[in-house]
Write a protein that binds this ligand. Structure first.
Ligand code: COA
Length: 475
């Protein structure tokens, strides 16, 4: 099991007095904010698209432009720059480094809104008033408890299981305890969305206890999502700083347009699979380290580096091996991820109360990465993404590194479910095309004439470690 970070700031029986979030985690002064470059709006292809638009030349990405370029357009690997749908939920403006949820800037939301307020905004289309917010909080609290058979299921899972594997299984399993329709599917509506938003943190906290051989702590009705999660891990009501830090983290992670896991959820929902199936697809897609799996690996780097002075040598060695620096780079953002700013402040503030090492190493690692990447990959715009300071922030809250991706899922469940409902509100099956590049007009060979060797083909691999490992096992 990966070691947990220091947890002493979590303990407070009184829950702390009311404190303003912006006072606890003030935004950095403009001059202090690192690496915010002004980038003019693009009239020609940004450098990061160089080499990606061979067939069509540079055109601003839009459906119309792709249609004009058809037929014969070869879309780039990874769908970079391709618009595959529309949404009212959130907007990522990667060149400017701006993120908005339903028009509200993430900086305003991070400073002022609670996770429950943001969940309401995403699910119901507007900021809640006091009564609406209270109502949602009560509904979330009332849906937190897991049915006993789900807890029993978790007890049957090997204690060594990775928390994300457990979460994926249990999100799928929730469906068994929700009444289904005649055809076996479940209603997909805000009520079920609240179900999922409420139960996800309970599953994560319960697994954390079960794998440590501890009894599962029942959720409390009177605490916020963030405070209740920390309470369910330790049995102690957290300090206000810890609650607010986690609450802000959940706000920052709540939605991010058509990222890979959200797109997976929408594709699944577009087949008219139900909300539990679509949410399971999303959790499964989040797992990889090019998406939500990165922050655990950032923490491994911080632990391995051990001292800020070692950061630069570490980065140079890592890049020389051809590896990527986890927590750096983003498909959309070509400047520093706007969410990193808030996470950095939280990592620093929490670190001052627990162990400042992790923030200090992260800060040195970011500086070293920016310096060395400019030398090694000139012209690429690779800066800290949301996962980078997530690592020291969550670690300072006492959350072990292998649960970081589950924490991402807790926040993103609001966005995923809102996207699933948005998709269903104006649904058409998502079914793209591929350019066939395999052999054609092959002559059929009877099995007796196909040679004797046991393995004639090697599974194609793009360098992905898991794929390689599978191929080795198979041979
Ligand atoms: N470290 C080192 N090099 C990086 C890099 C990183 N973190 N991120 C991108 N690059 C380099 C690639 O090596 C590639 O260089 P090359 O053209 O010389 O081969 C170039 O930048 C483009 O990278 P690519 O992976 O094709 O870009 P993408 O848009 O597909 O990648 C990510 C986006 C997020 C997958 C990528 O930046 C990455 O793997 N980051 C690390 C994992 C991570 O933090 N994931 C969480 C994302 S929120």
């Amino acid at each position: 099991m990966v070691p947990a970070g220091p947890a002493n700031i979590l303990r407070s029986q009184d829950g702390g007095s009311k404190m303003s979030r912006s006072r606890l985690f003030p935004r950095m002064e403009k001059a202090e904010r690192p690496h915010r470059h002004h980038v003019a709006s693009p009239s020609k292809p940004p450098t990061y698209l160089a080499g990606h638009t061979r067939e069509i030349g540079w055109i601003p990405p839009s459906i119309e432009n792709f249609q004009k370029a058809m037929p014969g357009t070869i879309v780039d690997r990874g769908l970079e720059g391709v618009i595959v749908g529309s949404t009212e939920l959130s907007n990522v403006e990667g060149i400017e480094g701006r993120l908005t949820y339903r028009g509200f800037d993430i900086h305003d939301l991070a400073q002022n809104a609670s996770y429950e307020e943001v969940a309401y905004l995403l699910l119901f289309g507007q900021l809640p008033n006091k009564f609406q917010l209270e109502d949602l909080k009560v509904r979330i609290a009332a849906n937190r408890m897991l049915p006993q058979p789900l807890i029993d299921m978790m007890h049957a899972i090997p204690k060594s299981a990775w928390p994300m594997d457990v979460l994926r299984t249990m999100i799928s399993a929730i469906a068994h305890f929700v009444p289904h329709l005649e055809d076996g599917s479940h209603a997909s509506n805000p009520r079920q969305a609240i179900h999922l938003i409420a139960k996800t943190p309970t599953i994560v906290a319960a697994w954390d206890r079960i794998r440590r051989g501890l009894h599962v702590i029942e959720p409390r009705l009177d605490l916020s999502t963030a405070a209740n999660f920390l309470y369910m891990r330790t049995g102690e009501v957290p300090l206000k700083e810890a609650e607010m830090a986690l609450d802000t983290y959940l706000v920052l992670l709540a939605d991010h347009s058509y990222n890979a896991s959200t797109f997976a959820a929408r594709v699944c929902a577009s087949t008219r699979a139900d909300i539990f199936a679509a949410a399971t697809s999303a959790v499964a897609t989040l797992e990889g380290d090019l998406h939500g799996g990165a922050p655990g690996k950032v923490m491994s780097m911080l632990l391995e580096i051990g001292k800020p002075e070692r950061a630069e040598t570490y980065v140079r060695d890592l890049l020389a091996r051809g590896d990527k620096i986890m927590g750096m780079g983003h498909r959309e953002y070509k400047i520093r991820d706007p969410r990193a700013e808030h996470l950095e402040v939280m990592a620093k503030t929490l670190g001052e109360k627990t162990d400042p090492r992790w923030y200090e190493i992260a800060r040195a690692l970011e500086d070293a990465s920016n310096k060395v990447l400019q030398e090694v990959k000139p012209g690429r715009r690779i800066y800290a993404n949301v996962e980078f300071y997530t690592a020291p922030t969550l670690f300072s809250l006492g959350i072990p590194a292998d649960e970081f991706t589950c924490m991402f899922a807790c926040g993103r469940m609001a966005g995923w479910t809102a996207h699933i409902l948005e998709q269903l509100g104006d649904n058409r099956l998502i079914r793209p095309q591929a350019t066939y590049v395999g052999p054609t007009l092959m002559a059929w060979v009877p099995i007796e004439q196909r040679g004797r060797s046991t393995f004639t083909t090697t599974p194609s691999s793009n360098g992905n470690g898991k794929e390689k490992a599978k191929a080795e096992v198979a041979s």
